[in-house]
Design a protein around this ligand. Structure first.
Ligand code: C2G
Length: 710
């Protein structure tokens, strides 16, 4: 008869991951399991999901705690309820390969403890792995401390016999490091750990540490305080047990070196944590210091003797050494260090503004219009533009600096004002007195940041980084009340929302006349006797070469468009600024114009008679012109349902038809007057919702609110 494995799943507010987790447990190839689900006082709908599972699988049962008691308490409860020969733990935001438990049982033989592998998940595809179903490859890991220092009980099989023998339990006072109590007695005599290659556990890297942090994503200081609490408690409990004491001390010094030192870089953290850390260090047996280098030995000595001043000195020297080594290892690091240590200490210039749009790629968007207005009306200011190439032909006397160069950092450090339409680099720090005007770059259709529930993305730290970056914004522009509401929830923005329309759209009111249009068409060599279709699609999250470089190819039949529309129209192709592919339009000269590199799309809006887009925010701006819009949404279902999700009901609310083939595009263009009549009512409603704050005066109103005039 197969031995029974008790799988203990502890749950706290992980409804969005729970189904995947529990399914992976129920689907284990190893069948003789009991599943004990401990719901640790979840306040989301985890309880309902658990109930569905316990109803469907008779091997499972649940314990529902009415309040949150912490993972240590919940796991201990699981152990008390377990009747199996072995115990296995799963966290409810993770999941396991179907062979995970089976391979461990096979690898265990008559041993008492064995581990498998864990794999961090960043992308969904990371869980597509090949497992050799026949093999059970057991290897011996001799560096036992290396396994212990992870302080993890995941993907490990423990015999109930060993749990009983040492009375292994988790500590219950803290959120983090509760495993230390369970693992230290287990490891005390071990000289080797057995590991099975074919048992794989998937650990999800949670991407929203702001709204829903995992335990280890909490405040760093709290995580470390938890470590000290557990350490102190175990030191007392395991008094007289020399092997356990030795492991505890080794862990403390390991954590000091890998985590505490970094925190102690900050003088206020030293003040706050010194005494607790010193109390703990005092308990470490002196033999443990021997192998440490001179610097660390000095710090540990100062701690043991409770000498705050000497400790501060020692840690300063330590960090100086570390940073100098890093600084000279690359030009980028050196530049950033100069920014921090020298430029940031120069006086702040109250009359200097640094502008940037689309990550330095274009002279465009709201920053351009704010700049041009200020050149005229605020001539006593000093203006700087950050560009990737510093040869833009721009009005006024702005200095152009190369983005991320030494000059860029100098001006970022000394300018009082920053105006940007996208997120700023993460390592920029604001100074006392800095003012950040975030214009943003579009009214959202596609869901953004905290409104997106996808858990896998090109950058797993997206939500956290966005949160940190947006904390630096003092003003944010919303072109309409619809955007204003979304920015509050999607960005968690709670500072000053400027509700005056978009500076970038003023031109659509000021320059919507035939003189301007003729002048602009002439400048761009576009025939005056042809009407213009602007095709401006957005990018796709899942089609990329690398982050920031996305793929795109045209999904319509240019030949057909040329044949049917060429007499009357020309087409301007305008790719999103993330698109790295160069479009091939050979053979279509005089009909197709590639405007992807052109700075300002607003100028293209003004000269076009029809806009074709998909899910790009361009249609919100374009609707200010009240000209016809077609939505070429050949991949609507995928884009809306799998990639992003939308804020509006695209099939019913947008001011133009959704077309899906080249023929439908041609048909709509040839019958554009009918389209205009058919969509008039929807267009009016849409215009009221999106454009009612626009009057051609947004720039003036915003500049007056943000900048001081002499
Ligand atoms: N844009 C452009 N050409 C395109 C697409 C976009 O010049 N083919 C510019 C427009 O100014 C547009 C802005 O880039 O408003 C943002 O583009 P979106 O396609 O809407 O996509 P994204 O950059 O993801 O921004 O709140 C808005 C969202 O953040 C969308």
């Amino acid at each position: 008869m197969d031995k029974l494995v008790s799988i203990i799943v502890t749950v706290y507010n992980t409804a969005e991951f729970l189904e995947e987790c529990l399914t992976s447990v129920t689907n284990q190839v190893y069948k003789n399991i009991e599943i004990i689900i401990v719901n640790d006082g979840s306040t989301d709908n985890s309880a309902e999901i658990i109930e569905q599972f316990t109803n469907a699988d008779s091997r499972s049962r649940s314990i529902n705690l009415t309040e949150n008691k912490g993972v240590g308490f919940a796991r201990n409860l699981g152990i008390e309820q377990a009747t199996g020969d072995f115990v296995y733990f799963v966290d409810s935001d993770d999941f396991i390969n179907e062979h995970a438990v089976d391979k461990l049982v096979q690898g265990l033989g008559n041993k008492t403890y064995i581990i498998g592998r864990t794999k961090k998940l960043t992308n969904k595809e990371d869980s597509n792995i090949d497992i050799d179903e026949q093999a059970v490859t057991v290897r011996k890991r001799k560096k036992v401390f290396k396994v212990l220092q992870n302080l993890s009980v995941l993907n490990s099989l423990f015999s109930m016999e060993i749990i009983r023998k040492y009375n292994l339990r988790f500590s219950e006072e803290t959120d983090c490091y509760t495993e230390m109590a369970f693992l230290v007695p287990l490891f005390k005599k071990r000289t080797v750990i057995y590991q099975v290659k074919e048992s794989v556990y998937f650990r999800r890297l949670r991407n929203d540490p702001i709204t829903n942090p995992s335990l280890m994503q909490q405040d760093r200081e709290k995580v470390l305080k938890d470590f000290l609490t557990v350490y102190n408690q175990l030191k007392a409990e395991l008094k007289g047990k020399s092997k356990e004491q030795k492991l505890l001390d080794k862990l403390l010094i390991h954590f000091y070196r890998s985590k505490f030192i970094l925190i102690m870089r900050d003088a206020t953290q030293i003040e706050r944590n010194f005494e607790q850390l010193a109390d703990a260090m005092e308990k470490v047996s002196p033999g443990q210091y021997k192998n440490q280098n001179l610097l660390v030995r000095g710090e540990l000595k100062a701690l043991r003797e409770h000498k705050l001043k000497s400790y501060k000195r020692a840690i300063r020297i330590h960090h100086f050494g570390r940073e100098s080594k890093q600084t000279f290892s690359s030009k980028t690091k050196l530049t950033r260090q100069i920014y921090k240590d020298i430029f940031q200490k120069r006086p702040l210039n109250d009359k200097k503004i640094v502008f940037e749009s689309f990550l330095g790629k274009n002279y465009a968007d709201s920053p351009k219009y704010i700049y041009e207005y200020m050149v005229k009306h605020y001539p006593d200011y000093e203006f700087v533009w950050s560009f990737n190439e510093t040869n833009h032909d721009i009005p006024g006397n702005a200095k152009q600096v190369k983005r991320l160069s030494l000059a860029y950092y100098y001006h970022m450090a000394t300018a009082k004002y920053w105006v940007n339409n996208m997120r700023q680099p993460l390592h920029l720090q604001k100074r006392e007195g800095n003012v950040f005007l975030q214009t943003w770059h579009g009214t959202p259709l596609k869901k953004l940041v905290f409104d997106m529930d996808e858990v896998y993305s090109a950058n797993p730290k997206y939500k956290q980084q966005f949160y940190e970056q947006s904390r630096l914004w003092d003003y944010l522009i919303a072109a309409n009340s619809y955007s204003s509401d979304i920015f509050k929830s999607a960005f968690k923005f709670d500072k000053v929302m400027l509700e005056d329309g978009y500076p970038r759209n003023d031109t659509l009111y000021i320059n919507n006349n035939s003189d301007y249009i003729t002048k602009m068409k002439t400048k761009l060599n576009i025939p005056l006797d042809k009407k213009v279709i602007l095709y401006a699609p957005t990018w796709r999250d899942d089609e990329f070469y690398e982050p920031g470089k996305y793929k795109f190819n045209l999904k319509f039949d240019l030949q057909k468009l040329h044949e049917k529309l060429g007499d009357e129209y020309v087409i301007l192709l305008r790719m999103h600024y993330f698109i790295a592919d160069d479009l091939n339009i050979d053979g279509y000269e005089g009909f197709v114009y590639n405007m992807s590199k052109y700075d300002d799309i607003a100028e293209l809006y003004l000269i076009s008679d029809i806009l074709i887009t998909d899910y790009s925010s361009v249609f919100f701006d374009y609707s200010n012109l009240r000209r016809p819009i077609l939505f070429y949404t050949y991949d609507l279902e995928k884009y809306r349902d799998q990639l992003r999700g939308f804020y509006i009901d695209i099939e019913n609310e947008v001011p133009g038809p959704l077309v899906k083939t080249t023929d439908e595009i041609i048909d709509a263009v040839l019958n554009i007057d009918k389209v205009t009549i058919d969509y008039k009512e929807k267009y009016d409603i849409f215009y009221d919702k999106i454009c009612s704050w626009e009057s051609g005066k947004a720039t003036e109103k915003i500049v007056e609110k943000v900048f001081k005039k002499n």
